[in-house]
Design a protein around this ligand. Structure first.
Ligand code: SF4
Ligand code: SF4
Length: 754
């Protein structure tokens, strides 16, 4: 194989030869671009692909352009290792969305070939990253509840070693504190044994699992395949065992929301939380009143904490309804004369739990009603009176009970390193602020941030903070649509109730998913490949540090905390943490970050390869940089649905909108393009950006682009940024038709032909 020998295969099937002048395309390759090898093939799948592969071998091609079907429709990695392949989607991006036989259609296809050749000339085959030290394939599981126990077993049964760390002196977590579980098997009517003893025994007896109870993670440094963990005593903080692991599952579960602010918990005796009742039944087998030890004959279960509670806790805890139904049966099974009253706003019993709900409804001693509880007071003979309004009876009611049980909201046992740092900063300002006003504002901020205090769990030795970054409600960030478990710290997977509220069944499923992710991570890291979402990518960023100005933009903008820095601020790549998004490449003002197959220079060459018509030809050119995760695949769908696309647009996929370096935009304008459109994923707290904040960064960097446009005396309107999810593919043509109208109002780019 000759590394730089290029071969181009132009497919004539799929209607391509009917719509395009294929001979003219081959001339662009051979005569204009000077590539000696260009063949037409009838298909680029099946036998056609086999023929291409024969040529690759016989002609010793090192770089191959296949102009036919979209890369996304291609039959996987069939080319020999080391051969660089570039696909031109003549079918989806030209033939299926342009009228056949027209000049503009032909120009579009020719430009795509020019761009592909410009790219492949500069690309070299990525070489997988292998650190000097051997990759460790064992897994650390933090948290010994149902999720952690299940994850540890799943990993161990697959043949990998596990360290399981639990802060309590015994395994089991909340599961061990439960008296019974809600039914998980048909006919979904009867309460079940929790199964915790058997689960713990299996874990403790497994030869591949090393259990560390009464321990916490004192510190974790390193990167996937190379995490160095030092445990600490959960009681006195003394350092404990040290070991290396390849990946981590954080299964640290949840903590109860303190209901003190919204209901009379702590003010009126005999008002307890559902976890208190569970513990009482588990430990004593009976239900008695805390105030006087009297046997409880009636309980009111309050599921709705009232409006303030909802404002404070806007998400569903997912198991509260089931817990109330279960605990009502504890009371009824212990005393057939006893009465349970369940006041709820929404009764949430998904799936087969509906059968369990019906079984409880059949019980004549359980009274269920929707309603807002407005008051809980003590009456003269020591009982409690619950007042509720807006009930299903249509009137306000009062019931007298022995005990009131409050639903327990679930909050994640997670921590946000950024928030912890913000808290430290706010505390400092509260003491040292210049003015009383500043100190007061900082003190208020301290109160707002205090919820994160003392919740550091992993104690990561990362520049970006000691724990997984969290989203709005404190749950570790994890892409809720496309890849649950993945977090912003590569190789660390959140599972179970720390990720989102869930029941035991969900926790077990989650544990299995996270266990698989951890195994994938250590295996792919050992092969030198990226994990999700660029799974299998062997490229990684290289920094030409001689020209680094230590501006720290790459370090600060990397969404995954990949870059440490030395004392001068020079970025230090922890390559096995890297997700290969290219955000650092987009951030670097010196343009010194590049991948073997993706760089500022490669994309700039593609941009410049397009033949821009002169102003008087009245054929504008629009550059579109599309995120390859949603927007670029949406372009395939435009073709598949035979939607018409503006023929003047030239599309280039980018790894992430955050990888767009502003120099591409200025180079495009200098080259005579009339406008540039960037399309990325939705951003914000409910983001869909596969690299967390890439599209948000692109918007933030817009100011930089506007400045450059002003320096060139060009209108800001010549650059637009859009968000698009793949299911909105039909909006793509309209985005460009509208943009073409905008361009028309401003006229052709005066840089054309210069
Ligand atoms: S920004 Fe992306 S490519 Fe760059 S170091 Fe971070 S994860 Fe890797
Ligand atoms: S962005 Fe570029 S110049 Fe700035 S610290 Fe990173 S590598 Fe150096």
């Amino acid at each position: 194989m000759e590394d730089d020998k290029i071969g181009v295969f132009v497919c004539t099937g799929y209607g391509i030869a009917d719509a395009l002048d294929v001979d003219a395309l081959c001339k662009v390759v051979t005569e204009e671009c000077g590539v000696g090898f260009c063949k037409t093939v009838e298909s680029c799948e099946g036998p056609g692909l086999a023929g291409i592969l024969e040529f690759v071998e016989s002609e010793e091609l090192g770089k191959v352009v296949v102009a036919g079907i979209s890369a996304r429709r291609f039959e996987g990695h069939v080319f020999p290792a080391g051969v660089v392949v570039e696909h031109v989607a003549l079918r989806e991006h030209v033939v299926w969305c342009q009228p056949p036989g027209e000049e503009d259609t032909q120009m579009l296809a020719e430009d795509y070939l020019r761009m592909a050749l410009a790219k492949i000339r500069k690309v070299s085959a990525p070489e997988p990253f292998h650190p000097e030290e051997e990759i460790d394939k064992s897994v650390l599981v933090v948290g010994g509840g149902i999720t952690g126990l299940t994850a540890a077993l799943e990993v161990a049964k697959t043949g990998y070693d596990v360290h399981l760390v639990e802060k309590a002196d015994r395994l089991g977590g909340w599961l061990a504190k439960q008296h019974r579980s809600v039914p998980t098997k048909p006919p979904y009517r009867d309460l079940e044994d929790t199964g915790v003893d058997a689960l713990v025994a299996e874990v403790e007896g497994h030869s591949r699992i090393q259990v560390h109870t009464s321990s916490v993670t004192g510190s974790i440094s390193g990167a996937p395949g190379l995490f160095d963990v030092t445990l600490a005593s959960a009681t006195n903080g003394e350092p404990g065992d040290s070991f290396r692991v390849g990946a981590i599952v954080q299964a640290t579960g949840w903590r109860p929301k303190d209901p003190r602010e919204t209901l009379p918990y702590g003010q009126v005796e005999d008002v307890v939380r559902s976890i208190d009742l569970e513990e009482m039944v588990k430990n004593r087998g009976t239900i008695t009143r805390p105030s006087d030890g009297k046997e409880v004959k009636s309980i009111a279960f309050l599921q709705n904490g009232g409006a303030p509670a909802q404002a404070d806790h806007s998400y569903c805890s997912s198991i509260c309804s089931l817990t109330a139904l279960k605990q009502a049966l504890y009371l009824r099974e212990g005393d057939t004369e006893a009465k349970a009253y369940i006041f709820y706003e929404f009764m949430k019993t998904p799936g087969h739990y509906e059968d369990f709900y019906r079984r409880v409804q059949e019980d004549p001693g359980v009274f269920l009603t929707r309603g807002d509880v407005t008051d809980v007071t003590r009456d003269d003979d020591g009982g409690l009176v619950v007042t509720a309004r807006h009930t299903m009876q249509g009137e306000d009611i009062q019931v007298k009970v022995d005990l009131v049980v409050l639903a327990t909201g679930m909050e994640p046992n997670a921590a946000d390193g950024e928030a912890i740092r913000a808290l430290a900063d706010a505390k400092r300002k509260a003491e040292t602020g210049d003015t009383e006003e500043q100190r007061q504002a900082a003190a208020e901020n301290v109160e707002a941030l205090r919820q994160h205090e003392g919740t550091a769990i992993l104690n990561l030795d990362y520049r970006q903070g000691p724990d997984l970054p969290a989203l709005a409600n404190g749950f570790p960030d994890s892409h809720f649509i496309c890849f649950p478990y993945e977090t912003r710290r590569t190789g660390i997977y959140a599972a179970g109730a720390v990720r989102q509220p869930m029941d035991g069944v969900g926790s077990r499923e989650d544990a299995t998913g996270a266990a698989l992710k951890a195994i994938q991570c250590v295996e792919m890291t050992a092969r030198g490949e990226a994990v999700h979402p660029r799974a299998g990518d062997e490229s990684y960023p290289e920094f030409f540090l001689q020209r680094c100005t230590q501006c720290k933009r790459c370090t600060e903008e990397c969404p995954f905390g990949v870059l440490n820095e030395d004392e001068k601020g020079t970025p230090l790549l922890q390559a096995t943490r890297c997700r290969r998004c290219g955000v650092c490449m987009g951030a670097c003002p010196e343009r010194i970050v590049s991948f073997k197959d993706y760089s500022v220079d490669i994309v700039a060459s593609m941009i410049k390869a397009v033949e821009v018509p002169d102003e008087d030809e009245e054929k504008p050119r629009i550059l579109a940089l599309l995120c390859e995760n949603d927007a670029y695949p949406a372009l395939d769908l435009v073709g598949q649905h035979r939607l018409r696309m503006n023929p003047f647009v030239r599309f280039i996929p980018v790894r992430c909108l955050g990888s767009v370096n502003s120099v591409w935009i200025t180079e495009a304008i200098s080259a005579g393009y009339d406008g540039v459109v960037l399309i990325g994923c939705k951003y914000g707290d409910d983001y869909q950006c596969h690299f967390i904040k890439g599209s948000e960064l692109a918007v933030a960097r817009g100011e930089n682009i506007r400045e450059k446009l002003q320096q060139m005396a060009m209108e800001n309107e010549r650059v637009e940024i859009h968000e698009l999810q793949i299911s909105d593919y039909e909006q793509l043509p309209k985005i460009f038709d509208d943009f073409a109208e905008v361009i028309e109002t401003y006229g052709m780019n005066p840089f054309k032909g210069m």
